[in-house]
Write a protein that binds this ligand. Structure first.
Ligand code: ZN
Length: 403
C-alpha cells in the first residue's frame, strides 16, 4: 500500500512540473544568456515571452556564471532542444560545452543568433561558421570578408579593416532580399524598423549563408553608405541558424524589441530554425514602408485592449488604440458579418455612461463610414448630449442617406 501511494505522489509531481510549462508546445527552446555587454536581464525574459506567445515553444533559460567567474561547470544540455537562442556575448565556454554545441548544430539543431550574440567568441572557429558574420572582439580581415549589397548583388569584400560597428540608434528601413524564404515569405518587401542599432561592417567566413534582408547604413548617421546584412540564415552541417542583428535592448526592452517587425521575424526565424518550416500567419500590425509598428508590452493589441482604452480617451492621450482599431477594421472587416462584429462592440462602448465624450466622438466618426442601421438608435440618443451633438449629427447624416 505504501509503495502505491509513493507512485501516485511521484505522478502528481510529474504533472505539476509539466503543467507549469506550455503543455502541448511543439518545440523545446533554450535561451542561453548570463553574460553580455547588453542588458540580458531585460532581453532574455522578453525573448522567452515572444517564443511562448506563438504557442509553438516551451522555453528554458540557461544562465551562465557571471563574467570572470569559473565557467567550468557551464554545460547546458543542448541536445534536449529543437532550437537554442543565443542572447550571450561573454566569456568562452568550456571546451566540452563548445564541442557539445558543435555536435548539436551539425546533427540538425536549430540556432537563433540574437543581436550581440554575433559579437561573441571571436576565437571560436566553428561558432563563427555558424553565425556566418560577426563583429567586434578584435575581428579583422583574418575573420573573413565583409559582406554587403551593391544594388541587387551580394559582395564579399576582403579589404583589410576591423569588423563590427554601428551608428546612433534610429529607425531605419529594412529591405527584404529573398521573399521566397519561409521566414520572410508574405512579409512586406520594405518596412520601417523601430529605433535600433544598425550593425555594419560585420565580417566572418560567410559560408553557406543566405541574406534575407539588408538595411542601408547611411554615412550621415555614422554608417558605411552600404546595404548591410540584417537578417540571415546559415547552414552548418544539418543545422539551421537564423541570425538577426536586430534587438538592442534598453532597460525595459525599448523600441528595437517592441517593433512588430523584430518580433515577427524573431518568432518565425525560431520556428524555421527548429523545424525548417514556418506556420505562423503574418499579423496585420507588421510595419510597412511608411512607418514602424511598435507593440507595447511586446504583445499584439487585442480588440478588447483598443476598446477599453478608447473608452478612456481624452485629447491628452495617444490615439494609438484608435489607430489600431482602424487598422484592424481595414484588415479584418472583409465581410458584412465581420464589419457588424466590430460595429456591435463599438456600439457597446457608446452605450457606456462612463466612456469619455472624446472616445465616443472617435467611435462615431469611424461608424459614420463603416456602421449600419444598427448604430442609428444609439447615435440618435447621443445627439441629445450637447458635447456629442455635432459628431452625432455628422454620423447620422452619413448613416441615413437622404432619399
Ligand atoms: Zn546593441
Amino acid at each position: 500500500m505504501k509503495k502505491q501511494y509513493l507512485i501516485i505522489l511521484a505522478f502528481a509531481g510529474i504533472l505539476a512540473l509539466t503543467s507549469s510549462c506550455h503543455f502541448g508546445a511543439k518545440y523545446k527552446a533554450l535561451i542561453v544568456t548570463g553574460q553580455n555587454n547588453h542588458n540580458w536581464k531585460a532581453s532574455s525574459p522578453i525573448l522567452k515571452q515572444l517564443l511562448e506567445e506563438t504557442e509553438l515553444f516551451s522555453t528554458d533559460i540557461a544562465t551562465s556564471p557571471e563574467n570572470k567567474a569559473d565557467m567550468s561547470s557551464f554545460a547546458p544540455n543542448f541536445s534536449k532542444y529543437d532550437v537554442v537562442v543565443l542572447d550571450y556575448n561573454g566569456a568562452a565556454w568550456p571546451e566540452a560545452t563548445q564541442k557539445a554545441f558543435e555536435k548539436y548544430v551539425s546533427n540538425g539543431g536549430g540556432v537563433v543568433s540574437f543581436h550581440a550574440a554575433d559579437n561573441s567568441f571571436p576565437e571560436w572557429k566553428e561558432y563563427n561558421k555558424m553565425i556566418g558574420l560577426g563583429g567586434w572582439g578584435g575581428r579583422t580581415e583574418k575573420s573573413g570578408p565583409y559582406l554587403y549589397y551593391v544594388g541587387d548583388k551580394m559582395v564579399l569584400d576582403t579589404a583589410a579593416g576591423r569588423g563590427g560597428s554601428h551608428g546612433k540608434n534610429q529607425e531605419f528601413e529594412i529591405r527584404m532580399r529573398n521573399i521566397e524564404h519561409p521566414i520572410v515569405n508574405g512579409l512586406p518587401k520594405r518596412w520601417i524598423h523601430g529605433s535600433d542599432e544598425l550593425y555594419n561592417s560585420l565580417r566572418g567566413p560567410a559560408e553557406n549563408l543566405e541574406v534575407l534582408a539588408t538595411a542601408f547604413s547611411a554615412k550621415n548617421a555614422g554608417g558605411t553608405g552600404r546595404n548591410e546584412p540584417i537578417l540571415m540564415t546559415i547552414k552548418y552541417g544539418k543545422g539551421r541558424i537564423f541570425h538577426s542583428t536586430l534587438g538592442h535592448p534598453s532597460a525595459t526592452g525599448g523600441p528595437a524589441l517592441e517593433c512588430a517587425g523584430f518580433i515577427v521575424t524573431f518568432q518565425r526565424g525560431a520556428e524555421w530554425a527548429a523545424s525548417g518550416n514556418v506556420t505562423q500567419k503574418v499579423p496585420y500590425d507588421f510595419p510597412n514602408a511608411g512607418s514602424s509598428s511598435l507593440r507595447a508590452g511586446f504583445k499584439q493589441l487585442t480588440l478588447e485592449d483598443d476598446l477599453t482604452k478608447i473608452a478612456t480617451y481624452d485629447i491628452t492621450k495617444s490615439t494609438k488604440y484608435f489607430v489600431d482599431l482602424q487598422t484592424r477594421i481595414r484588415a479584418e472587416g472583409k465581410t458584412p458579418e465581420a464589419m457588424q462584429g466590430f460595429e456591435k462592440k463599438m456600439i457597446s462602448v457608446l452605450q457606456k455612461a462612463e466612456a469619455t465624450p472624446e472616445g465616443k466622438r472617435l467611435l462615431m466618426h469611424e461608424l459614420s463610414w463603416m456602421g449600419s442601421d444598427l448604430s442609428i438608435p444609439v447615435i440618435q440618443e447621443l445627439a441629445k448630449n450637447a458635447a456629442l451633438k455635432d459628431e452625432a449629427e455628422f454620423a447620422l447624416a452619413r448613416l441615413k442617406p437622404t432619399k
